[in-house]
Design a protein around this ligand. Structure first.
Ligand SMILES: Nc1ncnc2c1ncn2[C@@H]1O[C@H](COP(=O)(O)OP(=O)(O)OP(=O)(O)O)[C@@H](O)[C@H]1O
Ligand SMILES: [Mg+2]
Length: 322
């Protein structure tokens, strides 16, 4: 039994004991001389939505690739529900981790429904012979798979497009289809790499609701996103990666007010020319102040010339005018 946890939003299984779904320890990934991920620890518990944020090139996708068997970490260990993960993508999916990709990876010439059916293959018990012989077992399994795939399309709001070719879907719907396909493997943990990239605000809002619904289905979620509002609304915990290292981890409020996080983000858009912006601003302010001073000086000189009624004194001031 869990004691009084902080009263956050009401998760359906708020009283259920938490299980560690993902446990990544000391994950390091080197590419030649470049260390893209350095000694990262991260856990995700059942019932949680955890955010992974950080500037471009921080190592977020690389870390996902280490969790899903696409890369074998140079150092460290990744466990899913207590078991060390096998170093192969399809085995990781079979173990219970599904993902979507930053750059959408769908079968463009397959229908929407077929794309989801592909995602089900790790859960289909019928083997090769059954498929070749197309016996009653195969037909039963196929019908069940199609029914489940349609359910998932309903869930993400794409059932009406089941027979469309996936390449004809608008971008936002392709992202939803990727989520449906990932869910088709019946995962215990879903990894989303920038699920709202390229979406408009309404689509982003709908995706937020979709992720909450996924969590409510009992699937833990780890999500990478650059949209801070999305992350802060959604996540129970947020971890920040900067240059491959975990800078901080905590609830939204803690992360948002951390000066190092702010600095990491503010530093990022101007990278390459951080001094230039400031220098231009200072130059502009100086030019403005100088122009003002000259105008005042000129006015004073003119007043002096008038009062003295001389012919030559005002000339040097005029030379400096422009
Ligand atoms: N296969 C690879 N070979 C060599 N370097 C790589 C490889 N994959 C990633 N990197 C490098 O690792 C670093 C981290 O990249 P990664 O794509 O993980 O960043 P990211 O945090 O996902 O960035 P973004 O927000 O832009 O998606 C980058 O410097 C990148 O160039
Ligand atoms: Mg990335």
């Amino acid at each position: 039994m869990t004691t009084d946890t902080t009263t956050q939003d009401a998760t359906p299984d708020a009283t259920a004991p938490r299980e560690t779904v993902l446990d990544a320890r000391g994950v390091t990934m080197r590419f030649g001389g470049l260390t893209a991920v350095r000694g990262v620890d991260l856990t995700v518990n059942s019932g949680e939505i955890v955010g992974l944020i950080g500037p471009n090139g921080a190592g977020k996708t690389t870390f996902f690739n280490c969790l899903t068997g696409l890369y074998i970490p140079t150092e460290g260990e990744v466990r899913y529900k207590g078991k060390v993960l096998p170093p192969k993508s399809f085995k990781v999916t079979a173990a219970g981790i599904a993902r979507t990709f930053q750059n959408i990876r769908l079968f463009a010439n397959m229908t929407v429904l077929e794309n989801v059916l592909v995602g089900r293959h790790t859960r289909t018990k019928e083997g090769l012979w059954s498929a070749l012989l197309r016996g009653p077992g195969f037909h039963r399994a196929e019908a069940a798979s199609r029914a489940r795939a349609m359910e998932l399309l309903e869930f993400v709001g794409l059932a009406h497009k089941a027979e469309h070719l996936s390449r004809n879907l608008p971008y936002g719907e392709q992202r939803k289809l990727e989520i449906a396909r990932a869910l088709a493997s019946e995962p215990g943990l879903l990894l989303l790499d920038e699920p709202t990239a390229g979406m408009n605000p309404q689509e982003t809002r709908a995706t937020e609701e979709l992720v909450f619904a996924i969590r409510d289905m009992g699937i833990a979620v780890l999500v990478i996103e650059h949209d801070m509002r999305f992350i802060m609304n959604l996540c129970d915990r947020v971890a920040v990666l900067v240059q491959g290292e975990k800078l901080i981890e905590g609830d939204s409020a803690t992360v948002q007010r951390d000066e190092r996080v702010v600095a990491a983000y503010l530093g990022e858009p101007f990278e390459g020319a951080p001094g230039d912006e400031e220098a231009a601003e200072v130059e502009q302010a100086e030019a403005h102040a100088q122009a003002q001073a000259e105008t005042e000086e000129e006015a004073a000189a003119e007043a002096q010339a008038e009062s003295a009624e001389t012919t030559t004194d005002a000339a040097p001031g005029k030379e400096n005018d422009r």
